[in-house]
Design a protein around this ligand. Sequence first.
Ligand SMILES: Nc1ncnc2c1ncn2[C@@H]1O[C@H](COP(=O)(O)OP(=O)(O)O)[C@@H](O)[C@H]1O
Ligand SMILES: [Mg+2]
Length: 338
Amino acid sequence: MEEKLLEINGLRTYFFTKSGVAKAVDGVSFDMTQGETLGVVGESGCGKSVMSASIIRLLASKSGKIVDGTVTFNGTDVSKLSREELRKLRGSDVAMIFQDPMTTLDPVFKVSDQMIEMLQAHRNIDRKTAAKECIQALADVGIPDPHKRFDSYPFELSGGMCQRVAIAMAILARPKLIIADEPTTALDVTMQAQILKLLKELQEKYGTSILIITHNLGVVWQICDNVMVMYAGKVVEKANVRELYSNPKHPYTWGLMDSMPSLNDTPKEPLSTIDGIPPDLRLVGKGCNFRARCRYAKQCCEDTEPEMVEVCDGHFVACHFQSRTTNLVKGEENRNDG
Ligand SMILES: Nc1ncnc2c1ncn2[C@@H]1O[C@H](COP(=O)(O)OP(=O)(O)O)[C@@H](O)[C@H]1O
Ligand SMILES: [Mg+2]
């Protein structure tokens, strides 16, 4: 059996605000094996970032709390770790790459100082050796003239270069898992493709697992093994990429796929094909969260939340009308009584 690296079970992260409780992550479960690349897709505000930050218990806002569920990383229950152990986990075992590389980089310090400090925080290593490894990492991520870049301030580098530096920092500690939250969204198309190729190469070289969050399904097809579709704090579909691509089952996934620009297309408006926007997560109640936007919805979608069911091997869907025995077909009238 394949070794499980990450196991998430019934994870719930809520934001307790004056105007109500936002269920940003509401009962998410999934596993990742060593070396797997898992893509998480869904529109803005569906809980992708909060879910990924919850893995390493790094919630930016005090109002956000993990209220339920377990996260097991490499056999260890992350909620049981001390502050010091958590600090070690972040950076050494699990590294994050964000959309904005300046979340990682500090504009007022040279790349060299930041990289060396980061490396020394995780490993007992002298400055000279550290510098050598850092420059090698910059070369590995395809930064031309790495010595010169190493001695620069972030503002002297382009956005794409800064993102490469952030990736170099993420891989320096040889983490088991890289969580990349929209790592290419801010970059132009050429740079996006280069960064994705780079991530894939690093993974092949070091066997790193990658959890990549994106609203771009094209990115998923390019580099992921498996994909998970999130909607309003919940996983609505998950499967391996080829299966999901050829046999998507959830009406939300259909909408996502229809609105995906093909690689040579000019980009369309996001989700031009699904009317409406994701619900306010303070107001979701019983039933299926997607029902208000779903042309196939029936009474049962108002009344009960659909459970995740395995429609075929390894392909899970949370829709009342999809199972091993029932099969709602895209574009056809939903005859299912309910
Ligand atoms: N600081 C915050 N305060 C209150 N609610 C928040 C905060 N951050 C996130 N949320 C809630 O969590 C939801 C999911 O956010 P997020 O994970 O950032 O979405 P995504 O990454 O999918 O775009 C938001 O729609 C919002 O309801
Ligand atoms: Mg996000």
